[in-house]
Design a protein around this ligand. Sequence first.
Ligand SMILES: NC(=O)c1ccc[n+]([C@@H]2O[C@H](COP(=O)([O-])OP(=O)(O)OC[C@H]3O[C@@H](n4cnc5c(N)ncnc54)[C@H](O)[C@@H]3O)[C@@H](O)[C@H]2O)c1
Length: 262
Amino acid sequence: MSAKTKGGAVVTGAARGIGRQIAEGLVADGYGVVIADLDPTTGEATARALTEAGATEAIFVKVDVTDRATIKAAIEACRLRFGSLNVMINNAGFNKPEPFLEITEKTWRAILEVNSLGVLVGIQEAGKAMIADGIKGKIINTASIAGRTGFPDFAAYSVSKAAVISLTQAAARALAPKGITVNAFAPGVVATPLWEQLDKDLYAMGASAAPGEAMSSLASQILLGRVADPKDVVGTVKFLWSEQSDYMTGQVLVIDGGMVLQ
Ligand SMILES: NC(=O)c1ccc[n+]([C@@H]2O[C@H](COP(=O)([O-])OP(=O)(O)OC[C@H]3O[C@@H](n4cnc5c(N)ncnc54)[C@H](O)[C@@H]3O)[C@@H](O)[C@H]2O)c1
């Protein structure tokens, strides 16, 4: 299998949503892909579907990004199956809204553990594997417009994504001498299970007047007039894993339909 691929890629949080769409793009572009996710049922099904549809192969490895050993195992599976780790996408993340004055330590720690520490560990283990194999690879992190501006009902999430932007910059400086680039992309509002849950949670806590209203009121602030489909982000991420972006590192590309203009 490795002879037919451009190399290997690991995508965390790829069972569904944005990560799945990115994994599909990598398979279509000729990479062997590890679907690295907490959810084995959806993850296995995604790996099967992408393999059936694509020219290359996707395999599932159960990963909790807060557990370094599982990230190492996913990267090792990628090297064994596809020969090397060429692209690492640190994408797993979640959100849980709480009114600003009621944010709990438990929520803060849970969100920062997955969204920020998980990205640090993913960058570290990918960097070590690429250096060991002499690969001038691409590390790409999923940030968010919430990392560029603070949202009061999900302040911990905003902090966790600002951390992703800082980690992208720090890692770019650390890994440039080895020829490894580190960039991030920052989506706006993307219609995925994460947002379906967020919309329900915001309604339940009284932050929106009706189900669906939180999402539609945000959509009204988007210059292009609609929320994103996961497919809307893939072209930009493909640019970041392709040789077209070889001279870019430490950057964050915003894909939000024109919502946060900064
Ligand atoms: N949907 C949006 O509007 C939006 C906007 C900006 C950024 N993002 C970011 O994009 C990324 C993907 O979001 P999505 O909307 O596709 O979410 P999603 O909930 O649809 O998918 C997230 C996936 O990550 C997995 N996951 C969660 N915690 C994990 C962990 N600890 N270890 C491994 N896997 C884990 C889940 O099982 C799931 O398959 C997240 O980092 C999110 O913060 C999403």
